[in-house]
Design a protein around this ligand. Structure first.
Ligand SMILES: [Mg+2]
Length: 475
């Protein structure tokens, strides 16, 4: 029986992660403890100083009583703008049946991204693209649930023709045509069953970013403040003790990660060169010469600065430098992440401006657009290493990379999926990591559903978590 979508709701759900410094850029310290002028300094020079990991959380409901869950990731303020954009798109979804949508998924994608009037506020970039991702993620979740399969399995079981029918090839045919995409997918049919079995047994290799952003108490971070900003050099004895403690925390986190089987590590850089050198040296010594180290600069540098900085960090042998400069700077890049659509990825690939493709489940236009990027990356023979972390990004992107291995690339060389160990407890089907590998999800859907209690308490600004925090906040 056709499932008609009769309702779409969207909520602004935020986690006050800035209080614990999860996810902040290299330069940031425990900002709430800082003097105003220090904070002003940091805001001037950092990209993400105080992220409150958040989502615009979408639920679609059918007349048959089924639900699909979707989200897009944000970092706090501004989530209300994405929520607004989702509401503006809801009219394209409500009233349609699931069968209508997936029967012409390319057409539906085009409808959402290329409406004659809405197109002006995109197209396919910024807030409206984040909203598109949230809505389409919910549709894919609903489809996978209707089929009783986890999303990766739904994709793996689709024929090359079906997969290609979900992709909008407009603007990328100079790099990848529909026929080429079909040929790539048909060729990768060989060995699919074996690769699926391998994934179910071993899982997909992951790397960790958690160990380099420790959860430190504010007094400890004040040491970092001193080094980074150079404003507070007063209590040298305390600083010395704090320095030792910081070192111990890094060593402990690194040792724990190694003991848990991690062999690939990413560290945030770009704040202060000496500090980066010190930390990278320490980590390289801890993990030894054979383990993999990556670096992430979070768009900190101009091109020239990036080159000289990276040259100084080269002795520590990073596999990649992530986001060295503006994410839109194609020619200035050696590697990049977080492109906002397939057209940007196309140009980066055509210009040989990246050596690793970092797809994102919530920034690109959902599974549809990610399929086109996975296929382009395969054609250009560039490994895909997904971006994850935040809220739910690990839960979602694991499906895409499992599909990539089983049905597209058939290759694990230099490939790994980012893993960050927080906020998974808010999901009904959280990721399962074993021996530094993502184990394929078994529950039907796209792993987007959050616990009702988490959504309720973290809704902004009315949920109890925020009501309490806002009541305590100074004017
Ligand atoms: Mg990054």
């Amino acid at each position: 029986m056709p499932q008609k979508i009769v309702k779409l709701t969207v909520k602004d759900v935020r986690f006050p992660t800035s209080l614990g410094q999860h996810g902040s850029d290299a330069m940031v310290s425990y900002y709430r403890t800082m003097p105003t002028r220090t904070l002003a300094f940091l805001r001037m020079y950092c990209t993400h100083t105080d992220p409150d990991y958040s989502v615009a959380y979408v639920v679609i409901e059918t007349d048959g009583g089924m639900k699909g869950y979707g989200l897009t990731f944000t970092v706090g303020r501004g989530t209300e703008v994405v929520v607004c954009a989702v509401k503006a798109l809801s009219g394209f979804v409500v009233g349609k049946t699931l069968e209508e949508i997936v029967g012409d998924f390319r057409g539906f994608y085009r409808l959402l991204t290329s409406d004659g009037q809405m197109r002006w506020i995109g197209p396919e970039k910024g807030v409206i693209q984040l909203a598109t991702a949230a809505v389409l993620n919910a549709v894919w979740d609903l489809w996978a649930r209707a089929e009783g399969k986890p999303l990766w399995k739904l994709l793996v079981d689709m024929s090359p023709e079906q997969l290609v029918s979900c992709i909008d090839f407009r603007y990328i045919t100079d790099a990848l045509t529909e026929q080429e995409a079909l040929d790539l997918l048909r060729k990768a049919q060989t060995g699919k069953t074996e690769r699926e079995e391998q994934m179910l047994k071993e899982g997909y290799p992951a790397y960790t970013t958690s160990f380099s952003t420790p959860h430190l108490p504010p007094w400890l971070w004040s040491y970092t403040d001193t080094i980074l900003v150079g404003l507070w050099v007063k209590h040298m004895t305390i600083v010395f003790i704090q320095c030792l403690a910081l070192l111990c925390v890094h060593v402990k986190l690194c040792t724990d990660a190694l003991a848990s089987g991690w062999s690939r590590f990413k560290v945030k850089v770009g704040a202060e060169l000496e500090d980066d050198e010190r930390r990278c040296r320490l980590i390289r010594q801890m993990i030894g010469p054979d383990k993999t180290l990556m670096m992430d600069a979070n768009q900190r540098w101009d091109v020239g600065e990036a080159i000289s900085w990276v040259t100084s960090l080269a002795p520590f042998r990073p596999l990649w430098i992530e986001e060295p400069t503006s994410p839109d700077d194609i020619l200035g890049h050696a590697t990049i992440s977080k492109c906002h659509n397939r057209v940007m990825f196309k140009q980066f690939l055509q210009a040989s401006a990246l050596q690793f493709v970092q797809i994102d489940s919530c920034r690109l236009g959902s599974v549809n657009e990610n399929l086109s990027v996975l296929l382009m990356a395969h054609k250009f023979q560039v490994p895909v290493c997904p971006h994850a972390g935040g809220v739910g990004l690990c839960e979602l992107v694991q499906h895409l990379i499992l599909f990539d291995y089983i049905s597209v690339s058939a290759d694990l060389n230099n490939r790994m999926c980012e893993y960050v160990d927080h906020l998974h407890e808010h999901f009904t089907s959280p990721v399962v990591i074993r021996n530094a590998h993502y184990l394929p999800p078994k529950d039907p859907g796209y792993s987007c559903e959050m616990l009702e209690s988490s959504v309720e308490t973290h809704q902004f600004p009315g949920g109890v978590v925020w009501a309490n925090l806002l009541a305590k906040a100074p004017e």
